[in-house]
Design a protein around this ligand. Structure first.
Ligand code: 13P
Ligand code: ZN
Length: 274
């Protein structure tokens, strides 16, 4: 029996590889974290290092995550290598009793530390754990090319992005009725971008990082990967529309979107509609 055959680790590794195969993870681009359930921690514990890593400052405070355990990609590690050598490219990190520090208890066997976006991931997890009553467990950051392209041509507003993404594929308003939030360009990896993103996560499951990529939150690997996939596909369709060079002759109107919402029993964020 290996830790790698535990279902949550299998699901995590499959998701990382699927993201790589989509072309969202050049080099070390992107990162993925998963808040483990208590029974998953218990099943993994026999495989933990005899001597855990040193306690290290997270850089932000997440008291709501005290004592939690996270699967995380390693900083500078490549998604394409996760499936080949998970133990060297990902880790399990334990959060201390104050929510200020973490230590590695499994993985990154050849050295390293959790993703440089750990502060953003943890602040997002903290918000999402609270607002979903513990339902959300996955935070996923990817360098999705079509969505990134749109951040050069659309106004950097929640409304502009939500409308374009809802209008570019009919089922989008059903998949993310809450819309998407937009963070203007900021230096990645630090406290400021973590705070800005986590504020958006109070109301959205999707945050666009201008000229950089996308953050998605969800309860499990399927739903979170599916959300990223749907948003990026919709962005890709809009890029193709613009590439035709004719402008947009017709689209799905705000009233059409309201009709979809009524039929499918979802509530669209009205302030994002015309
Ligand atoms: P890491 O390799 O530290 O996860 O950074 C990749 C990235 O996408 C930063 O935004
Ligand atoms: Zn990135």
């Amino acid at each position: 029996m290996s830790i790698l055959s535990l279902p949550f680790l299998e699901g995590y590794i499959r998701m990382a590889n699927d993201g790589f195969l989509q072309g969202w993870h050049e080099r070390n681009g992107g990162n993925l974290t998963y808040r483990m359930a208590e029974e998953e921690v218990a099943a993994a514990r026999p495989f933990f290092k005899p001597q855990p890593g040193d306690w290290t400052d997270i850089g932000v405070e997440v008291p709501g995550l005290a004592g939690e355990y996270f699967l995380a990609t390693g900083s500078g590690k490549y998604f394409r290598n996760v499936i080949l050598a998970p133990q060297d490219n990902i880790c399990i990190a334990e959060i201390d009793g104050t929510g200020r520090q973490y230590r590695v208890v499994w993985g990154l066997e050849a050295g390293g530390k959790p993703t440089s976006e750990f502060p953003t991931h943890l602040m997002n997890h903290s918000v999402k754990k609270r607002v979903t009553n513990g339902e959300h467990r996955v935070i996923y950051h990817a360098h999705t090319p079509s969505l990134i392209a749109l951040t050069y041509v659309l106004p950097l507003t929640d409304k502009a992005f939500s409308q374009v993404l809802w209008q570019s594929a009919t089922e989008c308003p059903v998949v993310f009725p809450g819309g998407v939030g937009v963070v203007e360009w900021m230096v990645p990896g630090g406290r400021d971008i973590a705070i800005a993103t986590s504020k958006l996560m109070e109301k959205y499951d999707v945050a666009v990082w201008a000229h950089h990529g996308l953050f998605c939150s969800g309860p499990d690997f399927d739903i979170t990967f599916g959300l990223m996939h749907t948003v990026e596909k919709s962005a890709d369709i809009y890029v193709r529309v613009l590439s035709c060079g004719q402008g947009v002759r017709q689209t799905i109107t705000s009233d059409n979107l309201r009709a979809i919402a009524r039929e499918f029993g979802v509530v669209l964020r009205e302030e994002l509609l015309d």
